[in-house]
Design a protein around this ligand. Sequence first.
Ligand code: PRX
Length: 566
Amino acid sequence: MTDQLMYEDRLKGFDWSISEKELGYRKGDTINIGWHCSDRICKLGHGRKPALIWEDFLGTGKSFTYDDVRILSNTIARYVCDLGLKPGERICLFMDRIPELYIGFLGVLKMGGIVQPLFSAFGDESLWTRLNDAKTSAIFTQKKYVPKVRKIRDKLPELRHVIVVDAAGSPLKEGEHSFAMEEVPRVDHFDVFPSMAETPSVLHYTSGTTGQPKGAQHVHYSLISQYLTAKWVLDLRPDDIYWCNADPGWVTGTSYGIIGPWSNGITQVVLDSGFNTERWYAFIQKHRVTVWYSAPTAIRLLMRDGKDLVAKCDLSSLRHLCSVGEPLNAEAVIWSKEAYGLPFHDTFWQTETGCIVVTNFPGMPIKAGSMGRPFPGMTATVLDPKNFEQYDAPGRVGLIALRPGWPSLIRTYWNNPTGYANKFKNGWYVTGDRASIDKDGYFWFVGRDDDVINTGGHLVGPFEIESALLEHPAVAESAAVAKPDPVNMEVVKAFVTLKKGYEVNDDLELEIMNFIRKKLSPLAMPQEIEFVPSLPKTRSGKIMRRVLRAQEWGEPVGDISTLMED
Ligand code: PRX
């Protein structure tokens, strides 16, 4: 059988029941992701296999077997129940990539809670927006982030419990609890919540063009997609040592940084530390990583540091490389083939899709620069942006759309069913991205169809930035757009008009940048602020970001007939 046939073979007669069967699930059964990622693996006889090998930035390491993960997630589930929290309540995880984050994720699911992971670099305002929208009842966090939570606590009446995993003797206020996962009595048996396929599981906040971020609501049945895509696309095999670079504050870090590998019973390694080429290579060498799921921004940084560094390490354990989050340029694929002897396989998907939907399947010939072909069982196409009719003649650029029906598509946006309904046109789920399809069925990414900024693989919404900018006393009006960047692909640039009495100067620019960094996050912080006398607007007064964006990218501005004349 040739490699090409592998993909074609899997297409033939594909049915998601393949995954259901492998997971021992039958329609109408209970299904709980927390149980599947720990208890089930132990039941299959792999309790002593390492599930998580973790290292922090100092090089301190810890290792947890599947049995440890089972027991410690029980311990967390029991603790949460004892606090009086009930199934269906939203429980946030606001932590660095420490073991409590990974194991807590399973613990919350095991007691029937809806787990809401949030990126620990979020500032108090980003945190507040998301906790307020979800009416979150409890938050797990670390001592160093308690001040951020305290700052907004008064404005969050539903937030009953703040659980600090490393408080150890530091003074806590009312409603704040100290919980040391590895020091409390271990709970060997816990009655896992009997969630059904459609029971809500994970709530991931994601940015759109308009309004504040939306809570993408997943259900336990998403496991069916996540398990099989992890197995087939990441090519996970029982002896693999798998490394996913993504933080579980974002969907890659949960779908493929927790659920995918652990439901497959794979050993994964986690490095809780920022990017550093030498450190990363040393980590791969030390742990004999075999499968690596990374992202184009990291790959560009690795490329920048050159092949000499590669030659200094033993990376021979690597067998399969994948990438996600941004366009993977052809040069990166070619470079990785030269440097590591293996190409990165691009995978395309979104928070909303819950799993990889278009991909370079293992063994399929890679066309460098293409995202590959739909995962078996997925019907993907491009639509005419005017009437949402199929528009897939080779080379035509249209909106990437998918036929709904795969298990991990989100079921709604939290509190926003209209926003969710708007994602569907003519029976298609419309992703909001543009691409063309070539004669062999390969997808070629073109760009987003909205104003969302993708910086280093992280989406940031212009509205959230503009709202925060308006809270600065000097800012009268603002527009946030993407500006090209050689490493992060895009970074945020803000155009600002000042209130009377304020003068343009470098100090003010820095002050506003820092204001956003603290309130929202380092990702949302504008890398540049251009002070302008006025902003381009439509006659109805709406700021036309696309005019500013086009200016940054040196692109034609397009139709500006509705532009108001100043
Ligand atoms: O614009 C696409 C881009 O990231 C968006 C989804 O972001 P998010 O929901 O945060 O999920 C990120 C991880 C799945 C998409 O709408 N994107 C994702 N993968 C690719 C991509 N753009 C180009 N190529 C990709 N492979």
